[in-house]
Design a protein around this ligand. Structure first.
Ligand code: URP
Ligand code: ZN
Ligand code: ZN
Length: 476
């Protein structure tokens, strides 16, 4: 006998960014076909009694198999990275197709598709990284790529091989305004970092902990303010990525007070790690070297307040996977490196949601609706994937996660599914874990084990960004 649905999830306690309701969820052809009581039978059925049912996470800032300078390599490709995402409750990832200086953006996109095709296990879109905004890129490549579904791009104010001048940033913002794209900005002052690094080197300070000393809050605060000024001049919204602490948040609040459309993202490392994790004089701190660096407890509090109070729209992992004990990773060339040569970035795709759920929802700092908004709905909206992704509603893709809010897990790298040889959160106990993840109605992870299929993830062209409304004088 034909059944009404391919799959029915019974007794779901659903939470979205705005609502909480009990229902059965009927899934047909990978989409949510019905929400209601006592739905007809499905070919398969799952009983969600006792579980919280949330939309699959959208990780809008992660780096997978990104081409690196000679000798350096990211540990995760699209298979291992998305496998890890699925096991952590994330069903959409948005990594970066990165232009090289002197190279074409179109070529970077084509190369990146080859890296993802046949490997991803959950759906994916691409941001672009614009490293060389030549007239050809600004006038031809970018407008075409935006029309084809690459409607967001990241630009850098630091890193020699990626950074843009102020003049170049303004030109990129002008293209974004004209063609309705969203620019993500990495805000750190490059010259200040270079000067501080020289001074530290002259004093013989090379250990990983000096990474944080070379990139103090002031360096991020200044660049954040400058980025806000560029947005105001070009009259276009921007999103400031990986905001690490109080002084940058103050700049963003100041912008909100002036009614400026400045959006902001933060990441687990600014809530759960601190400069102490960069270590003493030993090398283990290299595991936590990322930019901006983790700061102190006071800054962690400021980031929590920013999440609760609406300064941030998006919570991403910034998963940037380099192995610790590896000549292509943190021990580049097979040896311990002075801090400025340690590959920047830490892994976090799989731990993003459990850490925020535990520290945020279970500890009462944010509610479950804020959790869903920050980790799924807002990123889907801001990057043009809503309503297909980021919510539980009729017609949306059946990207759904069952959360066991009672389950306590002590994070250990051995439990995770990335290809990195460490997690910075080793030994930390969290409460609340995703126990079943569905991607377009198919189980991709069950009980902390991968259950999906390599290559089942699809590329998602992005529409125009839908930015949330900010109230003048108040972050919402
Ligand atoms: O240290 C970091 N964040 N590495 C990844 C690249 C970036 O700037 O996001
Ligand atoms: Zn960055
Ligand atoms: Zn990043």
């Amino acid at each position: 006998m034909a059944t009404a649905y391919d799959l029915v999830i019974r007794n779901a306690d659903v939470a979205t960014a705005s609502d909480r309701f009990r229902c059965d969820i009927g899934i047909r052809d990978g989409r949510i076909a019905a929400l209601g009581a006592n739905l007809d039978a499905g070919a398969e059925e799952i009983d969600a009694a006792g579980m919280l049912v949330l939309p699959g996470g959208v990780d809008a800032h992660c780096h997978l198999d990104q081409p690196m300078p000679e000798g350096m390599r990211m540990a995760d490709d699209f298979f291992t990275g998305t496998r890890s995402a699925a096991c952590g409750g994330t069903t959409t990832v948005i990594p970066f197709a990165a232009q090289e200086k002197g190279g074409s953006l179109r070529a970077a996109v084509e190369d990146y598709h080859r890296r993802a095709d046949g490997k991803a296990v959950v759906d994916y879109a691409f941001h672009l990284i614009v490293a060389d905004p030549t007239p050809q890129v600004l006038n031809e490549e970018l407008p075409r790529l935006i029309r084809e579904g690459y409607s967001s791009f990241k630009i850098y104010m630091t890193y020699d091989d990626l950074k843009l001048s102020d003049h170049e940033i303004l030109k990129v913002l002008t293209v974004a305004r004209e063609h309705k794209a969203l620019v993500m900005i990495h805000a750190e002052n490059s010259d200040c970092i270079a000067w501080l690094t020289e001074r530290l080197n002259d004093e013989g300070h090379t250990a990983p902990k000096y990474h944080a000393v070379s990139r103090p809050m002031a360096v991020e605060r200044e660049a954040t303010h400058r980025a806000i000024t560029f947005s105001e001049l070009a009259d276009v919204p921007i999103l400031i990525v990986h905001v690490s602490g109080r002084e940058a948040i103050e700049q963003i609040r100041w912008a909100h007070g002036r009614g400026l459309p400045i959006y902001a993202e933060t990441c687990p490392q600014y809530l759960f790690l601190s400069e102490q994790d960069l270590g003493g004089e030993g090398y283990h701190g290299a595991k936590c070297v990322c930019s901006p660096p983790p700061r102190d407890i006071g800054n962690q509090r400021a980031v929590w307040d920013g999440l609760a109070g609406g300064v941030f729209s998006v919570f991403s992992s910034d998963h940037a996977p380099f192995r610790y004990d590896d000549a292509e990773g943190k021990k580049l060339g097979g040896k311990e490196q002075p801090f400025q040569y340690i590959p920047n970035g830490i892994p976090g795709l799989e731990t993003r949601l459990p850490l925020l759920f535990s520290g945020g929802v279970m500890e009462g700092r944010i509610d479950v609706h804020q959790f869903v908004a920050l980790t799924a709905t807002n990123p889907a909206k801001m990057y043009g994937l809503y309503p297909r992704k980021g919510s539980i509603m009729i017609g949306a893709d059946a990207d759904i996660v069952l959360w066991d809010t009672r389950r306590k897990v002590t994070i250990a790298n051995a439990l995770l599914h990335h290809d990195v040889d460490y997690t910075p959160y080793e030994g930390r106990t969290v409460q609340g874990w995703p126990v079943l993840t569905l991607s377009r109605g198919k189980v991709v992870s069950r009980d902390q084990a991968f259950a999906g299929e390599m290559g089942s993830g699809r590329f998602l062209p992005c529409g125009a960004p839908q930015v949330p409304r900010l109230q003048q004088g108040k972050s919402i």
